[in-house]
Design a protein around this ligand. Sequence first.
Ligand code: AMP
Length: 218
Amino acid sequence: MTVRGEQMKLILLGAPGAGKGTQAQKLVKRFKIPQISTGDLLRAAVASGTDLGRHANEYMTAGKLVPDGIVIGLIQERLKEDDCKNGFILDGFPRTIAQAEKLKDITDIDAVVNVDVDTSILVERLTGRRTCKNCNAVFHTVFNPPKEEGVCDACGGELYQRADDNEETVRNRIDTYNKNTAPLIYYYKDSGKLRNVDGRGGIDGIFQNILKVVKTVS
Ligand code: AMP
């Protein structure tokens, strides 16, 4: 079993809006390993106004992928940190075959969970998404509203709409996913690590499906 007790190295694959972030946060609580979201790392760089952040932001606001070299550099550094030694959940990385190839040089992965949703529901999911400025928890105005409007249930932080969660950018992100990231499904299928999960329905039901496939990793 490559899921060693409560330890594992997992990739969450799926289109933008498939629910990777939400499910990653539930997996963090369950397995006590960190969620590593390249989107969060990039947004943190944007917010701190670094050169890297400014450069990355041009791609992000257009719904395009940030160049592989930048993202791989961030991941390489992040995976060296102490909290990753018992495993991690990669959310939003890799997004290209080149990133997946590079990841193979950096570390072994136990399983790749593909959260499968019909692209027709993604626009609605993403344009209604609200994210916590403080802890990055995600909500939805209709499907997963916070108890108090505009306030994070988890930490009380302020909820905001991500700059790239507007309809035009969302459509570009879905196109980018179809072109660059969807081929990873076949890439990981060939390696025998792929586990497909139906991403329709409620958050808890999807989480149960993920737990089932994670348990079958061997
Ligand atoms: P996310 O938070 O995962 O939806 O990512 C938001 C944006 O950050 C994406 O639309 C890309 O512009 C950029 N990004 C995040 N992860 C990657 C990655 N692995 N490769 C390239 N760009 C990325």
